[in-house]
Design a binder for this molecule. Structure first.
Ligand code: GLA
Length: 377
């Protein structure tokens, strides 16, 4: 059984797009070790689109690595990543071409899967462009799902339809371990806010073995790279990471991890935040906002293992203000004989016992994530 927790790692697309190379990937693998990212749980290094030559090899029919970008070949790169105790992720597409126009796996699923496995592939992101429009999309994912299993290697199957065709209804059944539930993220507050709000009602489909994928993080990009879009403030990046942790979505870095330092590096490697993301029960968070009619002041609550809980408070509005949470929204009635204590997982601060009400004063676009315990009054 693989992917019993949401996968964590890095993906080239957000920052590097087509500008990828074996040197870059090696540098990122090294930096995973040096910066403590591996120790924090980040393990998959995923090469997204644009890694191959524009055409299959005319003699063998195989997809071949771009000879300039990856002169040593994919197997050597997979070995380099594995030698550092990390995992190797690759990319292909269910259509005849990838989204950026490189050869896709349509009609070649079994050979391609076998080739990827022979390079040491541990995760395959499988995209949705250039599919013949008379073929039902889930059929193509079933096919690749089978081809991957047939390789005999444990390969995480990352179903990427950009949210098309309701993947939450079928991704698990085709062997998928994560499914992209939305269109592509870009590096702006509005982009991640809309993704999070759009999926908040669908988190109940997440469970060990198959996770709702809200797309790669943009934390730390600051507007640079392939999906730039103006960038976010450090406060906004914090909010994004807290949402991704609470929502139990894969934590795939999309920035250049070599540039991470200080506050953002501590945030991204915060073991208590990551423990919420990777809680063994993998239950979905649900909305528990006190005043849903006050735009953007959101509370989400999540049941964790061992009788604990998590609460996220988010001020997604454009003005500073208090974000309230009433305990009854999470199920705790006034006469239950229990209260709650809240531990802020970023500052470490603990609240006193609250019987009915808790709140946080949060800046515009800010957030806070708490571990919650019930206590007998
Ligand atoms: C699609 C995917 C992105 C990325 C690009 C690559 O848009 O949703 O995540 O993989 O293709 O071309």
């Amino acid at each position: 059984m693989i992917a019993q927790r949401p996968p964590m790692g890095f993906n080239t697309w957000n920052t590097f797009g087509k500008d990828i190379s074996e040197e870059l990937i090696r540098g990122i693998a090294d930096c995973f070790i040096e910066k403590g990212l591996k120790d924090a749980g980040y393990e998959y290094i995923v090469i997204d689109d644009c890694w191959s030559e524009k055409e299959r090899d005319p003699k063998t029919g195989k997809i071949v690595a771009d000879r300039r970008k990856f002169p040593s070949g994919m197997k050597a790169l997979g070995d380099y990543i594995h030698e550092r105790g990390l995992k190797f992720g690759m990319y292909s597409c269910s259509g005849v071409r990838t989204c950026a126009g490189y050869p896709g796996s349509f009609g070649h699923e079994f050979e391609d899967a076998a080739d990827f496995a022979s390079y040491g592939c541990d995760l395959l992101k499988y995209d949705f462009c250039f599919r013949p429009n008379n073929v039902e999309s889930k059929l193509l994912y079933r096919r690749m799902g089978m081809a991957l299993r047939q390789t005999g290697r444990d390969i995480v199957f990352s179903v990427c339809t950009g949210g098309m065709d309701h993947p939450e209804r079928w991704a698990r059944s085709v062997g998928g371990h994560l499914y992209r539930s939305t269109l592509d993220i870009s590096d702006s507050f509005d982009s991640f806010k809309n993704i999070a709000l759009g999926q908040a009602g669908n988190l109940c489909y997440t469970a060990p073995g198959c996770f709702n994928d809200l797309d790669m993080l943009t934390v730390g990009m600051y507007g640079k790279g392939n999906v730039g879009d103006g960038g976010c403030t450090t406060e906004e990046y914090k909010t994004q990471f807290l949402l991704w942790c609470l929502f139990g979505t894969p934590l795939m870095l999309g920035c250049d991890p070599r540039t991470l330092s200080g506050e953002l590096l501590s945030l991204l490697t915060n073991k208590k935040l990551i423990a919420v993301n990777r809680d063994a029960e993998c239950r979905g968070a649900f909305e528990a906002s006190a005043h849903p009619w006050i735009g953007g002041r959101k509370a989400y609550f999540r049941f964790l293992e061992d009788g604990e809980y998590a609460l996220g408070l988010f001020n997604l509005s454009d003005s500073d203000g208090e974000v309230p949470f009433y305990l009854y929204s999470a199920g705790l009635g006034d006469l239950s004989g229990y209260g709650m204590v809240f531990e802020d997982l970023v500052t470490g601060e603990r609240s006193d016992i609250r019987k009915d009400y808790f709140s946080a004063d949060l800046p515009a676009h800010g957030g806070a994530l708490y571990r919650v315990r019930l206590v007998k009054l």
